[in-house]
Design a protein around this ligand. Structure first.
Ligand code: GAR
Length: 221
């Protein structure tokens, strides 16, 4: 990062409510959202970006022969803004090893589960099915392995008996909006780093992610 503010690209595929949580915090810290990149032209997040006056671009997977060619097209677009940090916010494309190496240590993702539990899709349904008493979301650095990079922070909340997957998803999403901009801020302030395959916070290697506890209403405890 050569300038004071951390030039941040946010990659989306859908609603973009996490993107919105970053937009709402702009001015708060060292993050400058320089571009929003979507894999889908109809992603509502593109509307959010336009409303906020942020540059946006769409790169569709179907226009490219394979994952790496797609990722090269994404990187070519991103480079117009020279981002320091990439925030995956519901970006539903699996990144190629080429892309992960290209931006090594500079890609964060949020996943709606307490990783390493429940990587992949349909996390809320699986948590209910298993009868877990706690659920949440994890911010982690992105590596080649899906949903398995070094974890940075987890937000945890209690599950409620008889709750639907949609209701649980909404409660988890609300805590995502609190923990993700916070983790990105640590990165922008250079307190959070990726070194030797691990996440480091304030020069201490994170053996476990930072834990934020929330009550059932999404209030930080
Ligand atoms: C969020 O719940 C995010 O955790 C999830 O997609 C949703 C995007 O919502 N990401 C993944 O499942 C990645 N594995 P949003 O578009 O409203 O931010």
């Amino acid at each position: 990062m050569t300038e004071k503010r951390c030039k941040t690209a946010i990659l989306i595929s859908g609603s973009g409510s996490n993107l919105q949580s970053f937009i709402d915090r702009v001015g708060d810290g060292d993050i400058e959202i320089v571009v929003v990149l979507s894999s889908r032209p109809d992603a509502h997040g593109l509307v959010r970006a336009r409303k906020a006056g942020i540059d946006s671009v769409c790169v569709e997977p179907r226009d490219h022969v394979d994952r790496e060619q797609y990722d090269r097209a994404v990187a070519a677009e991103l480079e117009r803004w020279q981002p320091d940090l990439l925030i995956l916010a519901g970006f539903m494309c699996i990144l190629s090893p080429w892309f992960v190496r290209r931006y090594e240590g500079r890609i964060l993702n949020i996943h709606p589960a307490l990783l390493p539990a429940y990587p992949g899709l349909h996390t809320h349904e699986r948590v209910i099915e298993a009868g877990d008493t706690a659920h949440g979301a994890t911010v982690h650095f992105v590596t080649d392995e899906l949903d398995a990079g070094p974890r940075v922070v987890q937000g945890r909340l209690p599950t409620l008996a008889g709750e639907s997957a949609d209701a649980l998803a909404a409660r988890v999403l609300a805590i995502e909006h609190q923990i993700y901009p916070e983790a990105a801020r640590w990165f922008a302030e250079r307190r959070l780093q990726f070194r030797d395959g691990h996440a480091w916070l304030q020069d201490k290697r994170l053996a476990e992610p930072v834990q934020f506890e929330f009550d059932a209403d999404g209030k930080r405890i």
